[in-house]
Ligand binder design. Structure first.
Ligand code: AMP
Length: 419
């Protein structure tokens, strides 16, 4: 038997209802705040991700599914959505129509990470991005939207972690201070960090290796190196999170795995998931639009880990699987053929009617209706056809009524909608 690929998974009926609930709740919320949906391809030129995410990141260094297509062009299954949305913003000159664009999207991402619970090679994200607004208030708004979404889904064990990554004016100074510190503890760092230390020292702060984390407890904090503008922005973020009653922690280690962030970064963490505690992450990436060939427009956004969120929401309350409204127990070929036309008609009216297409006894058809959990059963045989009436049985109360065949859709609709 052919099995699915390691790190990939099926989302089966029974689970998918939770996913649908999250997606619906999220899009309703985002639309209320003026976001528009965008759909982008799952593959892009490799260069788009290499340039935007950064060559020295884990994603680009070792996690991308990259391969030459049949003509030899290098293409990559997207490891995240922001780069593609930025590409689209530039390519379709959205900024010319209005630099302020609020966009959201949902879909699969691909990273060749080591699979474990909460970490997959194909996983899903819901992204929201705001282009064209430099104010840190919209960073606050993104965090507010995330917290509102989690609360609407009944997820309360969440906390916002925030940090600032500075800007091109102040980050170099911090980089220097950090490099100096890293040189002094170089012998305690893992092999990856030894290399990162030279090329991209901030990435060392993000290392998950316990000995590196230990060695970094005394690392200088970027918050002590922010320029006036960045500090003011960070203060604004904190002030307005407080005014919106969002509890948060300032987390100087939060540098996130992608290079394009600047100023505000944030992550929503939960105690409900064990090791993989981040359910959403994001931040400001003001330089990226320009870097990818567009105008110098600021931007900020987030990505929610849908798999992780669905795991929590599904655990809190199972979303019920829909059951048929009606089962038609038809006896004999003639009745079955008629019943088939009725269920087509009922479906068009929004009533899910099921039937058995084989020649089974009434008893076994009733059993099947029971198994499917149908609320009502319509019973029809040769006699009923001749008389022009069928029997509608309420499976719970066992009450039965007789209804004329030419009024089936109308009568069933009335009964089922009320019941
Ligand atoms: P990132 O794009 O790395 O900032 O990730 C944003 C969110 O996506 C994280 O907070 C996770 O919830 C989720 N996520 C990232 N990588 C994975 C993965 N391999 N499997 C499942 N969820 C993931």
């Amino acid at each position: 038997m052919i099995q699915l690929i390691r790190g990939f998974k099926d989302i089966l009926p029974g689970e998918v209802e939770t996913w649908q609930k999250i997606e619906k709740t999220a899009s309703a919320l985002f639309e209320d705040f003026g976001f528009k949906e965008i759909r982008i391809p799952v593959m892009e030129r490799t260069e788009l991700f290499a340039r935007s995410i950064g060559e020295d990141t884990d994603i680009v260094e070792k996690e991308m599914y990259t391969f030459p297509d049949r003509k030899g062009d290098l293409i990559t299954l997207r490891p995240e959505a922001t780069a593609s949305i930025v590409r689209s913003y530039i390519q379709h000159k959205m900024h010319a129509a209005d630099p302020v664009q609020k966009l959201y999207t949902t879909g699969p991402m691909f990273r060749r990470e080591r699979p474990q619970k909460g970490r997959y090679r194909q996983f899903y994200q819901i992204n929201a991005e705001i282009f064209g607004v430099a104010s840190p208030l919209v960073d606050v708004q993104l965090i507010f939207l995330l917290m509102t979404l989690f609360s609407r889904l009944g997820v309360t064990d969440v906390k916002a972690h925030i940090n600032s990554l500075g800007c091109p004016a102040c980050r170099p100074g911090y980089r220097k201070a950090l490099s100096g510190f890293l040189a002094s503890i170089a012998d305690q760092l893992c092999a990856d960090c030894q290399r990162r230390r030279e090329r991209n020292p901030l990435r060392v702060l993000d290392c998950k290796v316990p000995s590196c984390r230990e060695a970094l407890t005394e690392a200088p904090s970027i918050l002590d190196h922010l320029c006036d503008d960045c500090r003011q922005d960070f203060e604004t973020v904190k002030e307005y999170l407080n005014r919106l009653n969002i509890s948060f922690v300032a987390d100087k280690r939060l540098v996130r795995g992608l290079d394009y962030y600047a100023r505000t970064t944030f992550e929503i963490q939960t105690g409900a998931l064990g090791a993989q505690s981040a359910v959403a992450g994001g931040g400001r990436y003001d330089g990226l639009v320009k870097m990818l060939g567009g105008p110098d427009q600021p931007a900020t956004g987030f990505a929610i880990g849908l798999d992780r969120l669905a795991e929590i929401v599904g655990r809190l309350q199972a979303t019920p699987v829909k059951k048929p409204d009606l089962f038609v127990a038809a006896l004999g070929e003639k009745s079955r053929n008629e019943a088939f036309l009725w269920i087509c008609d009922l479906g068009l009216e929004g009533i899910n009617a099921e039937m058995d297409f084989s020649n089974r006894s009434l008893k076994s058809q009733m059993k099947r209706a029971d198994k499917l959990g149908a609320a009502y059963v319509l019973i029809v045989g040769d006699n009923e056809l001749k008389e022009g009436t069928v029997i509608l049985r309420n499976m719970q109360t066992k009450d039965q009524v007789s209804i004329p065949i030419d009024k089936i859709t109308e009568e069933v609709k009335k009964t089922v909608m009320v019941g």
